[in-house]
Every structure is written in structure tokens, then in C-alpha cells.
Design a protein around this ligand. Structure first.
Ligand SMILES: [Ca+2]
Ligand SMILES: [Ca+2]
Length: 169
């Protein structure tokens, strides 16, 4: 039985910031409260919320970095930016998840293919955000997002294992 070598790789994603997000909040000095949802395979995670800012930055001590075990390079990375709204949640966990997506306005989203990234290389990337995944050239831009991305072998032990495996071939 053979395993995909991609099972030995980690996808490391850091959300650094967004620029020119649309404003979804009303009121004096009340602006979008940005939060980014990061999804890879069947795993989903969120950054911290940056309140009242249309060009938010996630600083190193905030929740902005995520590590996923890669399953295959054809599996894309999905990012979505929301305006967080602080509405009290009640009920079951399923109800809370449904409430989260319904109460927080989606500002823009993005799908990133990973096949062209080389392992052990840092990439700082700026992407436009769009309201949906349609292919029309007339898609309206909803600001941009800056991320740092790196694909890495999983730990020193894995490095040792792979080196010996390659040497034995
Ligand atoms: Ca706000
Ligand atoms: Ca808000």
C-alpha cells in the first residue's frame, strides 16, 4: 500500500490583513468588524475579530495563523471575510453555527489552488476578494486580502524519514 507524499506536508496559512473592505455597519465611527474564515478540506477556523476598521491588520499575537495537514495538492484553500455582528447566541451548537453564518455578513471570498506552490518557500500574496465564485469578468471587487503561505514537511522526524526513504529508492 502506498501513501500520497502530500500526507507528509503541512499547509501553513497566516492572515496578515485586508484592504478597502466594504462597510456593513451603521452609525458614527461604527465600521466593519472583520473576521476571516479559513477552510481546507473538512477543517474550518476563524481569525480574531478586528473591530471598526476597513483595512484591518491581524498582529502576530492575535489568532491569525493556521496549520493544516495536506491531503492532496488539488484540494484548494478557501478564504471568506465576514463582518462580525455581536448577537447573543442561544440553543444547540448546530443552531449557533447556523446563526453565525446568518448573522455575520459575508464581505468577500476567495479560492486558492495550491498546485503551483513549492515546499519550504514563503509566499506573501495579495488577492482580490469577490462576492461570489462566478467567472464573469464583471465581478465586483470587494477589497483585497494579504496572506502568508508556506507548504512544509511535517517536522524533523518526517524530514529524516523522507530522506532515508528517497535514499533507499
Ligand atoms: Ca462595527
Ligand atoms: Ca459588525
Amino acid at each position: 500500500m502506498t501513501h500520497s507524499p502530500y500526507l507528509l506536508l503541512e499547509l501553513r496559512v497566516e492572515i496578515l490583513g485586508c484592504d478597502k473592505l466594504p462597510n456593513k455597519d451603521l452609525g458614527f465611527e461604527n465600521k466593519t468588524d472583520a473576521i476571516v474564515s479559513v477552510a481546507y478540506g473538512n477543517c474550518v477556523a476563524q481569525t480574531d475579530v478586528v473591530t471598526d476598521c476597513l483595512s484591518p491588520r491581524w498582529l502576530p499575537w492575535s489568532q491569525r495563523a493556521f496549520v493544516f495537514r495536506m491531503s492532496h495538492p488539488c484540494v484548494p484553500l478557501h478564504l471568506a471575510v465576514f463582518d462580525y455582528d455581536d448577537i447573543p447566541l442561544v440553543g444547540s451548537l448546530v443552531d449557533e453555527i447556523l446563526d453565525w453564518t446568518q448573522h455575520n455578513d459575508r464581505l468577500g471570498q476567495l479560492t486558492i489552488g495550491l498546485t503551483n506552490f513549492r515546499p519550504s518557500t514563503d509566499y506573501v500574496l495579495v488577492y482580490g476578494l469577490f462576492k461570489d465564485d462566478s467567472f464573469a469578468d464583471t465581478r465586483k471587487n470587494y477589497g483585497s486580502i494579504t496572506i502568508r503561505l508556506r507548504i512544509e514537511w511535517r517536522g524533523a522526524f518526517i524530514d529524516y524519514f523522507c530522506c532515508n526513504l528517497l535514499r533507499d529508492i
